[in-house]
Design a protein around this ligand. Sequence first.
Ligand SMILES: Nc1nc2c(ncn2[C@@H]2O[C@H](COP(=O)(O)OP(=O)(O)O)[C@@H](O)[C@H]2O)c(=O)[nH]1
Ligand SMILES: [Mg+2]
Length: 344
Amino acid sequence: MFENLSDKMMAALKKVKGQSRISESNIEEAVKEIRLSLLEADVNFKVVKNFIDRVKAQALGIDVLKSINPGQMFVKIIHDELIKTLGGGAVDVDVRENPSVIFLVGLQGAGKTTTAAKLGLFLRQKLGKKAGLVPADIYRPAAIEQLQILGKQNNFPTYPTQAGQKPEEILAAAKAWALENRVDVVIVDTAGRLQVDEELMGELGRLKAIWKPQEILLVADAMLGQQSVAVAEGFHNKLELTGLILTKVDGDARGGAALSIREVTGLPIKFLGVGEKVGALEIFHPDRLAKRILDMGDVLTLVERAQDVVDEKQARDSVHKMMKNQMTLEDFLKQIQQMKNLRN
Ligand SMILES: Nc1nc2c(ncn2[C@@H]2O[C@H](COP(=O)(O)OP(=O)(O)O)[C@@H](O)[C@H]2O)c(=O)[nH]1
Ligand SMILES: [Mg+2]
């Protein structure tokens, strides 16, 4: 995923990298190429427009640091906006309650059942939590068995869903089962449909009322590209999702889903599914992904160093003023902002 986007963006940025001035005309070409590369990667056009608007506004308004050239600064702006679009930093899965409940929802074939086992393994290996699996997809007979096999193979207690049991009954009964089996995190594998429909949303809504989950994660197929934006909005409007898991990122998806879905829904992407095996789940790190897309480590380091110097100078000035009792509210605000930057 992202190879094409990465190549095209890098090519566009290489041209501006050496520019000694930033003006509307000399970034125009680069902006055009970046817009095109995003659209080709199947990024939602509104997301592309917002991205480009933000980049332009910043590029034309910025004070360029003395020790670097404007072209390099432009690369940094693109990079930072990319991270913002992807969602900033990594976001944890909420398993503070005991037991915690996680619903996996999504269309048929998105990877819910597979992801249930992957998530269970992640919780055990990374967070030391005992996961239990609840098969609540009664419409595809094989789905129950599929999850039971995964449970057995990986040593997760799995609720013994019986043929003929309704999803509501399964979830209600799973409460006592989770206690008996000392399960820390209950992962509910719900039914999917080919598209978002009333019936499915109704059922998921009832399940939510029976056992309120801490997390409702939409499992979305990255191969769907920006179609997944509409799917995510559909689920989110009805259920109030808490996050997303993007699957099949190992395939030749163009990356549009990852870049669109977060910006449009405001929901964090928490994990990426990177293969069919149970170990193939990664925490989503927007900053690392942005670095992979824009493999311009040299420029970024240069700009960051230059910014550090500026910040240091500001800090020294403030100390001077403070000692002379000349600190203004604005200086104080600057200090606080820098402290915040350190934390981010
Ligand atoms: N390559 C790849 N295949 C995946 C991934 N996640 C799921 N799959 C495959 O997608 C298909 C559907 O997955 P499944 O979990 O049954 O989807 P569900 O209908 O949402 O429960 C299966 O063949 C999985 O092996 C992934 O991250 N990468
Ligand atoms: Mg399934």
